[in-house]
Design a protein around this ligand. Structure first.
Ligand SMILES: [Zn+2]
Length: 297
């Protein structure tokens, strides 16, 4: 059985999830959310009748602060093993570079958005590689290297259920609209497309993106839609970037474009606001522009 914790990020429902798996050996969590919602995570665990000491394993898909910001806190307070991509692992033990990088992106909003990130105890961190089978509270969870949104990104597969972090895009329950989070500094479109193909080939029964909740219905259609959105967003930004438009001008064009697409998919104003919280247009454009610059055109 899976419990879905809604971390109520920034007071908004259904933006960031933490998934709870109960196994024979204890409780495993997939994603912790940021430090700013750690009190909510603890309160929701308590509401589910779970004490911190019962949490034996923490799995994070990647080390971005909205996914793993509270991992250090939870590892410290529960004593659980923290499973993370081997490239991301050093950044949870010493988050200084991670925080500096996020600080360049979020500036003065850092504290309000993400709270105080704590280092994870090195002895509790398990650096994970592609294909590793993790003993998560006694359940066998397979790690799937899925770069593209970030180089340090894993999806986790357990009994046909696939926890996809950000690689299989962002969606909200009961809405057909998907949005691809393309923030700086290290998106890679080629790797991302390959990861989406790989996920499809694994034929999971159900997807669980961190933002937010299970994908109901066709897994293949969702993954295809994610790949299409990635291509459309990239083409939109690429054409303007190549024509010499500034990032600001591209952002000004991207916002109404993506809003119109969302509207056409039936997204109302409240859901549109939630998309902008977790997938801000500025960030999506900046990430793509940076990728094209690095690639050299
Ligand atoms: Zn991310």
């Amino acid at each position: 059985m899976i419990d879905i914790i809604d971390l109520n990020f920034q007071g908004k429902p259904a933006v960031i999830a933490s998934y709870v798996l109960r196994g024979p050996r204890g409780v495993a969590l997939i994603e912790t959310g940021p430090a700013s919602s750690y009190p909510t995570l603890k309160a929701e665990l308590a509401r589910l009748g779970i004490e911190l000491a019962q949490v034996t394993d923490i799995l994070v898909t990647h080390v971005h602060l909205d996914h793993a910001g509270a991992a250090g806190w939870l590892a410290q307070e529960s004593g659980a093993t923290l499973h993370v991509h081997h490239v991301g692992a050093p950044h949870l033990v010493d988050p200084s570079k991670l925080l500096a990088s996020a600080g360049r992106i979020y500036g003065a909003a850092m504290d309000r958005l993400w709270g105080e990130t704590r280092p994870a105890p090195a002895g509790q961190v398990h650096a994970v590689a592609d294909g590793d089978v993790i003993d998560a509270a006694g359940l066998a969870v397979t790690a799937v290297d899925t770069p593209g949104h970030a180089w340090h990104h894993l999806a986790y597969l357990w009994e046909g259920l696939c926890f996809t972090g950000d690689v299989a895009a962002v969606h909200f329950p009961a809405l057909p609209h998907v949005r691809v989070p393309t923030p700086p500094p290290e998106i890679d479109l080629t790797a991302w497309r390959r990861s989406l193909t790989r996920l499809a080939e694994l034929r999971p029964d159900q997807l669980f993106p961190t933002h937010f909740g299970p994908v109901a219905g066709e897994v293949d259609a969702h993954l295809q839609e994610a790949a299409e959105q990635l291509t459309l967003a990239a083409e939109f930004v690429y054409r303007r970037w190549q024509a010499g438009e500034s990032s600001e001008a591209i952002i000004d064009a991207y916002k109404p474009w993506i809003a119109a697409r969302a509207l056409a998919d039936g997204v109302d104003a409240a859901a549109a606001a939630r998309f902008e919280i977790i997938v801000p247009s500025e960030m999506c454009v900046q990430g793509l522009v940076r990728y094209f610059q690095k690639r050299g055109g």
